[in-house]
Design a protein around this ligand. Structure first.
Ligand SMILES: [Zn+2]
Length: 91
């Protein structure tokens, strides 16, 4: 979707330049929903580790107290997908 050939999930979620502005907004919502130690932990990860972390449900079982984090993450992913499909040239 951009000049590079990299269509990986990692590129899409954390690297694609065309999504940078929106990603920043959406990601700050994600961080606001997280407890501070989690924000610090994820801030030290590389992009591939972030992808694994969020797609694995933070590496542990469902935690009811984290509901707002799950919701923010779903919004992060789904809004980026919506934006990407708008950017993708038709045909
Ligand atoms: Zn891209």
């Amino acid at each position: 979707m951009c000049d590079g050939d990299d269509e990986s999930v990692c590129h899409f979620l954390f690297e694609c330049q065309r999504l940078t502005d929106r990603r920043k907004e959406l990601w700050s919502d994600v961080e606001l929903s997280m407890p501070r130690p989690m924000v610090e932990e994820i801030g030290m990860m590389n992009n591939q580790a972030k992808v694994t972390f969020i797609l694995s449900g933070f590496g542990c079982k469902y935690v009811p107290e984290w509901n707002s984090i799950y919701v923010a993450l779903v919004r992060f992913v789904s809004n980026l997908y919506a934006l990407a499909s708008d950017l993708r040239p038709v045909g």
